[in-house]
Structure formats: structure tokens, C-alpha cells
Design a protein. Sequence first.
Length: 162
Amino acid sequence: MSILGIGRAAQGVGQAVAEVSEVFTVNKTKAEMATQARYQAALAQAGAEFNQNPVGWFDRFVNGLNRLPRPMMALSTIGLFAYAMSDPEGFAVRMQGLAYVPEPLWWLLGAVVSFYFGARELNYFRGYRANIPAAPPVVAPQVQAPTSDNPALAAWKAARTD
């Protein structure tokens, strides 16, 4: 068996060991490549948002309305705290008024808000998964036999093949 044959056999054993070891531990190179691919996909998706064709005034208006609920809810909650500090009596009266709201109406409000944000999150999650490209294949480096301009080595190889 030649030296090159032993080298190829050793390389095959090494690849087999690497494949078996990936069953027990994460291949960090592949994991980092997948993370990089996800990051690049997220950047491409964010960039594509700004490269859309110009839309009409109605589309811009509806896009603006679609972006209002979360900031309005956050600012309204902060506004409630400000209102409670500035007019405690008026705030107490309004909170007592909320106590008269029937419980099924609170459940309905909770369901509407939950489904709105849940459906929105699910839509973005599905879109995110659909736009992730497959991780690029990992190519093992090819091991080449070293070349040499050594005349003694060339003579020895020529003598062995004869």
C-alpha cells in the first residue's frame, strides 16, 4: 500500500469520526454558517422593505394605520399613569366606571387584542421562515499530495513504479 493510499484511508477514517461526533455535539462551523445565513436573510428582508415600488397615497395611509396600534397602546398606558398623577379623583371615577364593564366584554377585548397580535406575529414568523435560504453546503477541503522539484524524490518514485 502506498503512502497516498494510507493518506486516503486516514482521511476516510477522519471523515467518519467527524460525522459520528456530530451526532453527539454540534458542528460549530455549520452552526455559525447557518447563523450567518439567517443574519444575511434578515438583512436582505429588512433591505427589501425599503426597496419596494412607490405606492399611492391610500397604501401609504393604510400602512401608517397598521403601524399605530402598538405605539398607541404603549403611549396610552404611560398616559394613564400621567393622568392618575395629575387628576387622582377623575382617574378614580373612571376606574370605578370600568368596574361596571361586564366580564364577557373584558374576555372579548382580550380575545380581540390577543388574536390581533397573535395573527400578526404568526404572519411575520411564517414569512421569516419562508425567506430563509438553505444553509450553504460545507465543502471539505481537498488534500493534495505535496509536489516537489526534488530530483532524488522523482528518481525514487520512478524506480518504484518500474
